[in-house]
Design a protein around this ligand. Sequence first.
Ligand code: NAD
Length: 495
Amino acid sequence: MKTYDQWQQLADTVAIPDKAYINGQFVPALSGETFDCVNPTTEQCLAKVASTDAADVDLAVSAAKKAFKSGVWSQMAPRDRKNIMLKWADLVSQHQDEFAVLDTLDMGKSISEMLAIDVPDSIDCMRWTAEGIDKLYGEIAPTGGPNLALISHEPIGVVAAITPWNYPLMMASWKIMPALAAGNSVILKPSEKSPLSVLRLAELATQAGMPDGVFNVLPGFGHTAGKALALHNDVQVLAFTGSTRVAGMLMQYSGQSNLKRVWIEAGGKSPCLVFDDYEDIEKAAQGAAAAIFTNQGEVCIACSRLYVQSSIKDVFMAALLKAAKKYVPGNPLDPNTNMGPLVDKNQMDTMTRFVNSAKEEGARLVLGGAPNYQAGQGFFVEPTIFVDAENRMEFVREEIFGPVLAVSTFDTEEQAIALANDSQYGLGAAIWTSNLSRAHRVSRRLESGMVWVNTWGDGDTTVPFGGVKASGNGRDKSLHAMEKYTELKNVWIRL
Ligand code: NAD
């Protein structure tokens, strides 16, 4: 592992990509417009990045469509597609420090987390998905009679992926890898807050042998490039990770254009339930702290609502405060830092607004609080905990996407389930209990795409990821992800 000085040195010398990537090459936006890509640790501009809009979207879609129709990728033998993707994964692996540093500079995630989670997970996603390409078979339907009904999985066409800034490389990988593996052409629009790592990713795709036009990256804003992609009649699938608000807009854009499929991974307000039968209160407290303070709380599955059984509230709160104080904001390039800055001033203002509203509605602050911002010093905030929270309060209902935890109590299992389910969201949930039957009983009844028992946030490329209710539809990861990017086709032959 590099030292802080070595990471700083890499940060000072790393090449910062600043153009769009269309049809196998870096190009400026047709308008010549750029936007400032700002380092949230220093508030300095890292690069002026091409700000693409509808004209660039037309160009990229036309290149992607041409590549798709030509069959250069969509009809390539699965084994050959696999080999290109595996070579691509090897190239990313060879440059993993560079990828880690680009995202850390761009959005403030700690370098240690980049190396432990984002980069290895993204590479694993590439390799695992690539390996699946030549192992997926079609079917023959059991129709009987003088018939042969063949069912196959076909690539769909041009897939647009629109992604957020909280795990820039990883969120993009979860979309683009299965979409490409299935034989589609892909256009990725990363968040305007974190476009860098995926531009480098695109460059390496070409180096690995991916044909031009198959994978394109359009940096730019949501209301320009994002909206134009979502409205485009030659885009067949829209795969989105981001807020529930924007997800709703994308579904409307689909309805206003060609009814493209819209796959949503959206917001969350995940509950953490701590039962008094759990054998190790310290461990539960550490898990609950990690569930809200990891990545500064900028995590879709963050357990921002905590419900603890009344009988253990005092002892649990003491352990929770101790665990929370271990999250200390610092320069994310320092390998010892476990909490970087928030992504930007907007995110900090959102946190301030919710901290104030929590106080006004009667919750009691026991740690942290509104940020003490000093211009030019980075967007650093403290781990923040409120007790006496109630589900009616705005900060308990809305996603804050920062390190703010709302703690309430419950008496019975029935109450715990009701409180947990009382939310428009349904992404993740964590339960801490040593009672096996309770673990199963509660897991079954939680309205949530994912439930963790006696842990939080664990995952694997082999396991689907996604939510229910306003948290989304469809799933990233696992072979189920391929279903989003393939069309079922049947051919009926009369023998
Ligand atoms: P966001 O919705 O503001 O932006 C996401 C993307 O959508 C960005 O690329 C943005 O430019 C684009 N966009 C914005 N307006 C658009 C428009 N009108 N048309 C087309 N595109 C548009 O979200 P964010 O702030 O980048 O990310 C945070 C959100 O993402 C949180 O709600 C978080 O919970 C969610 N998230 C969900 C998951 C999951 O798997 N469910 C994972 C990570 C993040």
